[in-house]
Design a protein around this ligand. Structure first.
Ligand code: DCP
Ligand code: MG
Length: 577
């Protein structure tokens, strides 16, 4: 997966990558050339006292050094550009995919892991690409080139290379193998911390209300301790890593000086060659070290790539048809025909054999006990879920055959749990219709009985809304959500218990105002309060996913025992109140 993913996403940046390879090649060759120039200066210039030669070779060395630095910078520049671009595209890929998900697809993953996959996991892959581009080319050249150059300086000392490099590989390799599982487990512990923290922040009011702080603190403490333990183990190994590497480097240096010194003493080797040999050996060892570090990143990035791939490979369970049909009319006639629906993985259907028609200018109300399936019923029209059997028709065409954009043009849903996005009030109201004029926004607010409190705010429409709309009251949030639906001027309004947080007087005023604005539209209201729906043209009484009775308020009062029960229960509550 890692290879496929990187190959696919780095394709557009091939020119950058070729540039990186070219620059790194140049920079590595220059780096390999420097020690041998240095040797020449010492052996031919200094030992013979040839000042001229020293100046000339020194000049060449300076030029080569500049080339080395310049190309190295250019290589890193293009490497970073390519790696960041790959990361950006991957993130965008994950984001686009997730936005195409249906509610069901999101549920199979869960929101937190989708967030991690789109951010942290992408970052790991991006990091590997960056490291890869920076070291992939230079490391092997440095190793092989270094060995060749070192041997050219003195073949008799070559055994030092054959000893120190394997020793370094064994030591670093051992530590890396020990570290790897720890890194993997650390990733999981971080996930766990995120999970606990996220839950506590979102549920902070509940935690407070039930005085669960000690328990929650303990829960967090546990997760935190686990992370600390793993981190400590990793730290302990790292503490070993650097001294071990340092020791190998220094021992190698000492060995080169010791054995090389003897050869210089006996006149078999020149001082410059010895210096060069030493530098080459160090270059080789550093390259080997870098290579091992990179190898360490691969398993982690590959786990991340798999996780990203899982998201990218999902075929969204609800997608637009290949050849969408567009209804001839733009009226807003809604018809459910023998609809049966079950949530994925559930045994029993939540809706069975639902049939009804709602026409423009009419109000259809749905009432029923909690869990009866009212919200589920509404969610089928904008295709948040697909039906199992039967059909949902909009203006005579099955919604499964329509483009979802075409559906949203006709249908606006005010969900049961009103949700606002972080940003301004204005930005939220324009959510369904970005080109709406300010006048339209105020009009929608006026109808939704939200004009008053928005006008009272110092910044009016430009007032900030916190993430999730937590800085406005429940009732205000509901009214803003209603206004947001009104702005789009749809043909069909779906209100899912949208008046529950309003006091009776506001509820009545809102419905009176709504009646005027939605006179030509189809309105489907899910309500708990009988008073909200007494004047509906048709009322469906839903029980356990089935329509048990239907009719107007007066008819149902006569014929429906379930409806009578609901009415009575509410009357008695109101009398008591
Ligand atoms: N359900 C489910 N998975 C979901 C949503 C609901 O399994 N993602 C189940 C729980 C209920 C049944 O479906 O048993 C009906 O849920 P609804 O949300 O449709 O119920 P209501 O909207 O009628 O209930 P309420 O009045 O509480 O909003
Ligand atoms: Mg509901």
């Amino acid at each position: 997966m890692l290879v496929t993913l990187i190959r696919r996403y780095s394709k557009p940046y091939m020119p950058y990558i070729f540039a990186v390879i070219a620059f790194q090649l140049a920079s590595t060759i220059a780096a390999l050339y420097l020690p041998s120039l240095n040797a020449q200066i010492i052996d031919e210039g200094v030992s013979r006292g040839d000042i001229d030669f020293i100046w000339r070779t020194g000049g060449i060395m300076l030029v080569v050094a500049f080339i080395q630095v310049g190309t190295a910078i250019a290589g890193v520049y293009f490497g970073s550009k390519a790696a960041m671009a790959v990361g950006r595209d991957l993130r965008r890929g994950v984001f686009r995919k997730v936005t195409s998900f249906s509610a069901k697809d999101v549920n199979t993953f869960g929101a937190p892991t989708l967030i991690t996959r789109g951010t942290n996991d992408v970052q790991q892959v991006q990091m590997l690409v960056l490291m890869g581009l920076n070291f992939m080319v230079s490391t092997p050249i440095m190793c092989i080139g270094g060995i060749i150059m070192a041997l050219r300086e003195d073949i008799n000392l070559s055994w030092l290379v054959w000893v120190s490099v394997p020793v370094l590989i064994v030591v670093v390799g051992y530590l890396v193998v020990r570290l790897m599982p720890l890194f993997r487990s650390m990733q999981k512990k971080i996930d766990r911390i995120n999970e606990v923290l996220r839950e506590q922040i979102i549920g902070i009011r509940v935690v407070r209300a039930f005085v669960r702080e000690p328990y929650e603190t303990e829960r967090f403490g546990e997760a935190n301790k686990e992370l600390t333990d793993v981190s400590l183990k990793i730290g302990a190994l790292f503490v070993l890593m650097f001294p071990a590497i340092g020791m190998i480097l220094h021992l190698s240096t000492a060995a080169v000086l010791w054995f090389g010194g003897q050869r210089v003493d006996s006149g078999d080797m020149q001082v410059g060659a010895l210096t060069a040999f030493l530098q080459y050996l160090l270059q080789i060892l550093v390259a080997v070290m870098m290579g091992t570090f990179m190898a360490m990143m691969i398993p982690r990035a590959s786990v991340c790539a798999d996780r990203i791939g899982e998201v990218l490979d999902v075929e969204p369970s609800i997608h637009d048809p290949a050849h969408p049909e567009t209804p001839a009319a733009l009226e807003g006639v809604v018809e459910y025909r023998n609809v049966t629906f079950a949530y994925p993985g559930a045994e029993a259907p939540v809706l069975s054999n639902i049939s009804f028609t709602a026409r423009p200018g009419e109000t259809l109300a749905i009432i029923g006990s909690t869990g009866a399936g009212k919200s589920s019923l509404l969610s089928l029209l904008p295709r948040l879920y697909d039906v199992a059997e039967g059909e949902v028709l909009l203006d005579g065409v099955s919604v499964s055959k329509m483009d979802r954009a075409e559906i949203t043009r006709r249908v606006a849903l005010v969900p049961q749990r009103p949700y606002l996005f972080s940003g301004t009030i204005e930005h939220n109201l324009r959510f369904g219709k970005t080109e709406a004029t300010e006048e339209e926004l105020w009009e929608a607010l006026h109808v939704a009985q939200g004009e008053g409190f928005v006008r009272e705010k110092k910044n009016g429409l430009a007032s900030r809304i916190a993430q999730g709309g937590t800085n406005v009251s429940g009732g205000q949030r509901q009214r803003l959500c209603i206004a947001r639906a009104l702005v789009t001027k749809p043909k069909v309004y779906l209100f899912d218990d949208s008046f529950s947080a309003l006091d009776v007087a506001t509820d009545a005023r809102l419905r009176a105002a709504l009646k005027r604005t939605t006179a030509d539209a189809t309105v489907i209201i899910v309500a708990q309060r009988i008073s909200t729906i007494t004047d509906a043209d048709q009322i469906l009484v839903l029980d356990n996913g089935r329509i048990v009775d239907r009719g107007t308020h007066d008819e149902l009062l006569e014929t429906s025992p379930t409806y009578q029960e609901i009415v009575e229960s509410q009357l008695s509550v109101e009398e008591v109140a």
